[in-house]
Design a protein around this ligand. Structure first.
Ligand code: SF4
Length: 703
């Protein structure tokens, strides 16, 4: 590698592709895929290939702290001293008056591990509240519960290298062709080289991923559990199960068997809106596989019954014994680059660092002792949507939002707006003034972006990468850890006087010693010199762990995996009615990322879609007198969206699809999909029900 080349990792999705950043003598930056990186082997998707434009274009960046003394006043540019003194003053006064649970932090799966760790230490260890949650709650908290309940801990068992070793894939509620493109490319190449490999895709939409499948099960939204159970039932009936694995390494198979036998294949097919033959075909592909991998993301997780959907899916890996061996396992793909890192350091309201449990007194005491504080509060913290509910009701008074844009990304945007307006104090720490949430802040703090700070991230397959600092942040923007530690010192907390980010990482690594995610032998030096590592890395010469559970010993007390039985197979979402007869599902498009604060400023990424469109089935469009390209109004009980219609048979009859990216980019909040989405959450994982909102669609006639 030449001196002006830096190895780093893509800051978009959870695939975690290696990138080489090149700087010329004028400090111009270009990027290319790292051919030596085990994840992408030189490949990059459209978003990754255009990352340098994001780093180069600072026209949208927040450059200095800004503050307003009341909501009716304009923002003043202030010094970092004034900004953080005000933040500390307000937090101290609110905590004195209303108690520690009156404040909270809302962070992001795009934060680096060190930032996540410090934010959690500050909140849970020192502010005395567990009110810290992350936008990863919106993506994969149902999968976290699924893993924990099945394996005893939140542990993704497999690696990308298992893709090339498997011969059957069950991709459900995911569109990796758009959302995890390089992972999908690896799958495509594997299939091209091995035509016998079978790919099953479950999705109410005929996506590019579904187009590639041997079998597309275009189910009615919300019927995943019934489908998964029917496949399980068929596998049992056909004796395509691993009796030895079930007997020796699992618990509660008999309960599972009884549960799946309660619905006939015919009933299941009717409920799912597919044929019995399709169920049999899927079961046959899975049952005949040597290596079976399931992959899923938001389509399964973002549901009022997301946890149960996860149970029903992971159970298919258990009955077939397809776990802890090459080319097999249930693989929850993370959407954000460091959603996994956040899970490791306890970045959710119900977790503690190192996969410790907030409800366990010993775990709380261990963490308190490590941080040298009296105690960790036993009160569960508020989760993402609960925090905004609490702001709206006045129970919570202040929120500090880091690297996420809830005005666009949270369900029911109008409720989020009410909550932010009702809060006594809102801090927004971000890189871009184009994040809609910035407009609701009392204090705006400019943060350093990708390449402007150092730290680590963990991708979907537990792979930890080091990201070096390569360029200076513009204006007065500072790394997030520096901002948080500065604030903590102004709160008079001991334990935040680090000399470097490396020291923070060392503290976290030391905390993992002896745990199932032990990385106590890792440090920046090893990551820089030896490359990436998959946790655990339990000894100094250890090279990392690509695959978990090869010894078939799980993390439950019995060391057996547990068959968890969904308490219901029925979708508990709000069902369509006469007023709102269609089901809205939301998702991503290929070239945009989250709320477009980064990808939205790259012109070439707008050539795929320059504005949002509503995908509607041709027959639904006909009934509603809508033609292709018409401007339509989509209405739900929560709000309105006005976009152009795209007629297609790629969505099921009765289903419409909207991309979730657009906020104020098009000078109107009528493009924002989350104006419509409902406020239901899964009662266990607390993940929102983004994939099922009842709506009506009509042609918009300009008044
Ligand atoms: Fe970046 Fe994901 Fe694309 Fe890889 S697949 S280049 S990590 S956005």
């Amino acid at each position: 590698m030449q001196q002006n080349e830096i190895k780093t990792t893509c800051s978009y999705c959870g695939v975690g592709c290696g990138i080489i950043v090149k700087k010329d003598i004028n400090n111009n930056i270009t990027v290319e895929g790292d051919k030596e990186h085990p994840v992408n082997r030189g490949m990059l998707c459209s978003k990754g290939m255009n990352l340098h434009y994001v780093a180069k274009d600072t026209s949208d960046r927040l450059l200095y702290p800004q503050m307003r003394w009341s909501r009716s006043h304009p923002y003043d540019r202030v010094s970092w001293d004034s900004a953080l003194n005000r933040a500390a003053g307000v937090f101290k006064s609110l905590i004195n008056k209303y108690g520690p649970d009156s404040v909270g932090f809302y962070v992001s799966g795009q934060c680096l591990t060190e930032e996540y760790y410090i934010a959690n230490k500050l909140t849970k260890g020192f502010l005395g509240t567990n009110n810290i949650d992350t936008n990863s709650r919106l993506c994969m908290s149902s999968a976290v519960v699924g893993y924990k309940k099945t394996f005893g801990e939140d542990s993704v068992p497999i690696s990308y290298e298992d893709i090339e070793l498997a011969d059957c894939f069950f991709i459900t509620g995911a569109n990796p062709a758009y959302c995890h493109p390089i992972l999908f490319r690896r799958l495509e190449m594997h299939k091209e080289n091995n035509p016998d490999v079978k790919i099953i895709v479950v999705d109410p939409r005929k996506t590019d991923t579904a187009n590639f499948a041997d079998l597309h099960l275009q189910i009615i939204p919300g019927t995943d559990i019934v489908l998964n159970n029917a496949i399980g039932r068929r596998l049992i009936e056909r004796k395509k199960i691993d009796k030895n694995f079930i007997k020796n390494h699992t618990e509660d198979f008999e309960k599972y068997k009884k549960h799946v036998q309660s619905t006939s294949l015919k009933n299941a097919a009717d409920i799912c809106g597919i044929t019995v033959d399709e169920i049999k075909k899927a079961a046959s592909m899975i049952g005949n596989a040597t290596g079976f991998i399931s992959m899923w993301t938001m389509g399964l997780n973002q549901s009022a019954i997301g946890t149960y959907k996860n149970f029903s899916l992971i159970n298919l890996s258990l009955i077939t014994g397809q776990i802890g061996k090459p080319g097999s396992g249930p693989f929850s793909l993370t959407g954000q680059p460091n959603a996994m890192g956040g899970r490791e350091v306890g970045g959710m309201a119900n977790l503690l660092a190192v996969h410790k449990d907030l409800l366990n007194e010993k775990d709380r005491n261990d963490v308190a002792e490590f941080w040298n504080v009296d105690k960790i509060s036993p009160n569960p913290g508020l989760t993402a949507t609960e925090m905004f509910d609490a702001l709206e009701s006045g129970k919570m008074k202040a929120i500090w939002i880091i690297c996420t844009n809830p005005m666009v990304s949270m369900p029911n945007s109008h409720r989020i707006e009410k909550a932010l307006k009702n809060a006594k104090f809102v801090v927004v720490q971000d890189i871009s003034k184009n994040a809609d949430t910035v407009d609701y802040a009392d204090l705006v703090l400019p943060a350093a972006a990708w390449l402007e700070k150092e730290g680590t991230m963990t991708n979907s397959e537990r792979r930890i990468s080091y990201l070096p600092k390569a360029i200076e942040a513009p204006g007065e923007a500072r790394p997030d850890v520096e901002i948080l530690c500065d604030f903590a010192n102004r709160m008079d907390f001991n334990g935040f006087n680090y000399n470097s980010t490396s020291e923070i990482y060392q503290e976290y690594c030391a905390m993992t010693k002896g745990s199932n995610i032990d990385i106590s032998h890792l440090n920046y030096s090893r990551l820089k010199n030896e490359g990436t590592f998959q946790w655990p890395v339990p000894s100094s010469g250890h090279k990392g762990t690509p695959r978990l559970f090869e010894d078939k010993k799980f993390y439950t007390p019995s060391q057996k995996a547990i068959f968890n039985i969904p308490a219901t197979t029925k979708n508990t979402s709000e069902h369509p009615n006469l007023e709102f007869p269609l089901i809205l599902t939301t998702g991503r498009i290929r070239d945009q990322w989250h709320t477009m604060t980064k990808t939205g400023k790259v012109s070439r990424l707008k050539t795929h879609y320059s504005s949002p469109v509503l995908e509607i089935n041709n027959a639904d469009a006909y009934v509603n007198k809508i033609k292709d390209g018409d401007v339509v109004e989509v209405r739900s009980a929560n709000g309105v969206v006005r976009v152009r219609a795209k007629l297609t048979n790629n969505v099921r009859l009765g289903v419409v699809f909207l991309p979730m990216h657009w906020g104020k980019q098009l000078q109107s909040d009528l493009n924002r999909a989350n104006n419509l989405t409902n406020t239901l959450i899964d009662p266990i994982s607390k993940e929102p029900d983004f994939k099922y909102t009842r709506v009506s669609v009509s042609k918009y006639n300009k008044p």
